[in-house]
Design a protein around this ligand. Structure first.
Ligand code: COA
Length: 146
């Protein structure tokens, strides 16, 4: 099953909400809000009740740094608040310093280190396992925060 098919299945099951940003009728970014939290066992153990903004991305690259990513994050936070949530989190690769800076500016704080484990198939059909060092960051909602 492709990663998008898995996302679709999760949304159909009510476990997530897929958000798409549009400009002039074109999709320019997306993310998935996983209501069941981050899949990594380290994060599940410590923060399993914290919904996760997963797979955040803006494309093409020329559309970045125009506020689209921030708008997606804000929309995810709003959804979480409407469900009565008190916080939301997201994972960031420890090498992705610009994204981490953005999340800090938006009120997210480092909460737990973890390994993001995923796999891919090369052109010869060989499966490779990858584990990226990441940090799960959490934003606590306050009554006066936007
Ligand atoms: C990270 C990302 C989703 C942010 O979306 P965006 O629309 O560029 O974000 P905004 O315009 O709301 O905010 C831009 C700020 O985000 C930060 N940022 C984070 N990652 C960035 C990136 N790869 N390129 C540009 N800016 C980035 C910068 O500090 C930037 O500030 P600036 O405008 O002063 O340069 C987007 O840049 C992206 O898709 N990057 C590649 C995929 C990725 O890294 N996803 C995050 C996984 S945790």
């Amino acid at each position: 099953m492709s990663s998008h098919a898995r996302r679709h299945a999760r949304q159909q099951a009510g476990a997530s909400t897929f958000l798409v940003a549009w400009r002039d009728g074109q999709p320019v970014g997306s993310c998935e809000v996983r209501w069941d939290g981050c899949a990594a066992p380290e994060v599940q153990a410590a923060h399993g009740d914290c919904p996760e903004i997963n797979g955040l991305g803006v494309w093409p690259q020329s559309f970045r740094s125009q506020g689209i990513g921030t708008a997606l994050i804000r929309a995810a936070e709003e959804l979480a608040r409407k469900r009565g949530g008190k916080r939301i989190g997201l994972g960031v690769d420890e090498n992705n310093l610009r994204a981490a800076a953005l999340y800090s500016r938006l009120g997210y704080h480092p909460a737990a280190p973890y390994l993001d484990r995923w796999s891919y198939q090369d052109v010869e059909g060989v499966t490779h396992q990858v584990a990226d060092a990441c940090t799960f960051m959490i934003k606590e909602f306050h009554l006066d925060s936007s």
